[in-house]
Design a protein around this ligand. Structure first.
Ligand SMILES: Nc1ncnc2c1ncn2[C@@H]1O[C@H](COP(=O)(O)OP(=O)(O)O)[C@@H](O)[C@H]1O
Ligand SMILES: [Mg+2]
Length: 256
């Protein structure tokens, strides 16, 4: 791992998307620095660019302009092969739908990315068991996805994302398809991961209950970074609390 103090930096990141004849400016210049071990939320209304930003950070897509640095590496101009390597070694993804392989057990799902890694220092089954234990699933190792609840499946997906010890865990609406009890277990699991492994966790959400649990919140509005709040500070904590109480719907309205 690099010794750079920040694990992620984006510089004036822009992304244009072509929809037929029309160009949508999904991101209009986002500069964001994230320190190692942060527990960061990215919030904002639907369509504000959250998923686009996460995709660029994770090397799933390339920016129209601007730069992305991951763990000391400038990934902006890497070719597809080098980018794939960065993605496999430094990034873990968790999505709203768990995307587990239905024919494999929880243990086998988590072991798979280690088996695919070319020079992994890990024993696949041993590490898979350790990660599933960390996520409270040590009694579910042999279960297939259909034999698990939604919250349990998402915790398997989190363990799988951590398999190759990434610098960054990127979660796009990780509780978006879960009931509130399962959401709570998943959020607790993500917090345990951040505390116990020091992994930097970034969570995209439009749910204010989730947002209120983050240490720092950045807000995207229309492809811009509209605010950056350290919720340790009490005034800002109060603002987050008010936001939480005001949520008539789970969607945050754009700031005019
Ligand atoms: N594949 C795509 N092609 C065209 N436009 C897209 C595509 N993905 C997203 N967009 C547009 O880009 C903007 C940002 O989308 P997105 O990043 O998905 O927002 P969010 O995750 O905050 O809901 C929206 O206007 C959306 O309609
Ligand atoms: Mg999205």
């Amino acid at each position: 791992m690099s010794t750079a103090p920040f694990v992620l930096r984006t510089e004036d990141l822009k992304k244009d998307l072509n929809v037929g004849e029309v160009t949508v400016q999904a991101l209009r210049g986002v500069s964001l620095t994230v320190q190692r071990g942060e527990f960061l939320g990215i919030i904002g209304p639907s369509g504000s660019g959250k998923s686009t930003l996460l995709g660029l950070i994770g090397g799933l897509d390339t920016p129209t302009s601007g730069r992305v640095f991951i763990d000391g590496t400038d990934i902006t101009d890497l070719n597809e092969r080098a980018l794939t390597r960065v993605r496999n070694e430094k990034i873990g993804f968790v999505f709203q739908f768990f995307n587990l392989i239905p024919t494999l057990s929880a243990l086998e799902n988590v072991a798979l990315p280690i088996q695919f890694a070319r020079h992994s220092p890990f024993n696949p089954h041993k590490r898979a068991k350790e990660l599933l234990t960390l996520l409270g699933l040590d009694d579910r190792l042999g279960h297939r996805p259909t034999q698990l609840s939604g919250g349990q499946q998402q915790r398997v997906a989190i363990a799988r994302a951590l398999a190759n010890n990434p610098a960054l865990l990127l979660c796009d609406e990780p509780t978006g398809s879960l009931d509130s009890a399962s959401s709570e277990t998943v959020m607790k699991a993500l917090r345990d991961v951040q505390r116990n492994t020091g992994t930097t966790v970034i969570i995209v959400t439009h749910n204010m209950d989730i947002a209120a649990q983050m240490d720092r919140l950045v807000t995207l509005v229309d492809g811009h970074l509209a605010s950056d709040v350290d919720v340790e500070s009490s005034a800002q904590m109060a603002a987050v609390k008010v936001l939480k109480e005001k949520r008539a719907t789970t969607e945050i309205k754009a700031v005019p």
